[in-house]
Design a protein. Sequence first.
Length: 68
Amino acid sequence: MSAPTHTRPHPATTGRVDIRLPWWALALPALAFITLLALILNPAEAQAATGDPAITHFLERVQDLFAR
């Protein structure tokens, strides 16, 4: 006794994956790359952040606490 076969209602896929990326998925890495490249090419523009003395003192205390 043979079993009946069922046909697919839709044609078979071609194996191609269709993925769409949002605009920021390409824009943000490109912006980060351009920013880092600009800092490498002109390091005089890069300025170190000045720390607040109270925060620096607090972080030194925390470091001393964990060092013991």
